[in-house]
Design a protein around this ligand. Structure first.
Ligand code: HEC
Length: 248
């Protein structure tokens, strides 16, 4: 069980935090955050699974529409344990955020049709990491007053400046996720202020798998296919974190 800092301060005196577990509001927020992270990951793996198609220079029309990517992402999402698509009985916010995320995925893919369908160009740079950043930016344009999402990383591993961690994210990454005794995959959440507003923030760690290392692995400093120097990382190292903010 996890106790957010603010709640610990409020309840520490009576020891309720340790006893009561998560309050219902937190449980809902965690479920919302987990769902948003799961759909982002599912859509990223769809884009990953189609890299050969996207980068096929012999082919013009790839038939990879936003609609198709959303449909394939939903199939992956729905097949995962513990995930559920918000139904009409879900809270209005849940459904609104999920719909906004689906729309963001669809729009980002549709906006890149010309690039994706270009014949004669191999590697196009429409990779999962970039795609995810664009989806998160589009999501913020739609619902930024209610929620935000981003993928951030430890200080030395930032490629795109937009991915830089803010103070809260940096502390969680440095003090918790990078600490040797932090359980692998365990997320962290806390009620804190963001932009002067009370909010629920959640950070979900991500680790490199073998497939990431062509770009993020050895030899450190060698320029990868995307033009960035490789980070020299190994399989299982902390790659970054999905950061989700739900404003109250
Ligand atoms: C084809 C090369 C390539 C592969 C493979 C790749 N990445 Fe990346 N990664 C990038 C690029 C380029 C960016 C910057 C994306 C952007 O913001 O446009 C990035 C950004 C990131 C970021 C955000 C940090 C930042 O500075 O932007 C994380 C976290 C990340 N990658 C993790 C992974 C993980 C985990 C995998 C494997 C599942 C992976 N990457 C596979 C090229 C790659």
């Amino acid at each position: 069980m996890h106790c957010g800092r603010m709640r610990s301060i409020f309840l520490a005196g009576v020891g309720l935090c340790a006893l009561a577990g998560l309050v219902a509001a937190d449980e809902d927020a965690v479920a919302t955050g987990d769902r948003l992270a799961a759909l982002l990951r599912a859509s990223r793996s769809v884009v990953s699974s189609h890299q050969d198609l996207i980068n096929d220079q012999s082919k013009g029309n790839k038939d990879l529409s936003g609609e198709r990517v959303v449909a394939e992402a939903i199939t992956i999402f729905a097949g995962q344990k513990g995930t559920s698509i918000p139904s009409d009985s879900s809270s209005g916010l849940d459904k609104l955020l999920f719909d906004a995320q689906m729309a963001a995925i669809r729009e980002v893919v549709d906006d890149h049709q010309e690039l994706i369908n270009t014949k004669g160009v191999g590697f196009k740079g429409f990779i999962p990491s970039t795609f995810a950043r664009l989806v998160n930016e589009r999501f913020e344009e739609k619902v930024g007053d209610k929620a935000r999402m981003k993928v951030t990383a430890p200080e030395g591993q930032i490629r795109n400046r937009k991915a830089r961690a803010d103070d809260w994210e940096r502390h969680v990454i440095d003090d918790r996720f990078l600490s040797p005794d932090w359980p692998k995959g365990k997320s962290f959440f806390e009620e804190v202020e963001m932009d002067g507003r009370p909010s629920f923030r959640m950070l979900i760690p991500e680790y490199y798998s073998a497939s990431c290392l062509t770009c993020h692995g050895q030899p450190k400093g060698e320029v990868d296919i995307t033009g960035y120097p490789k980070e020299g990382k190994a399989e299982g190292d902390l790659a970054g974190a999905i950061s989700i903010t739900l404003f109250k």
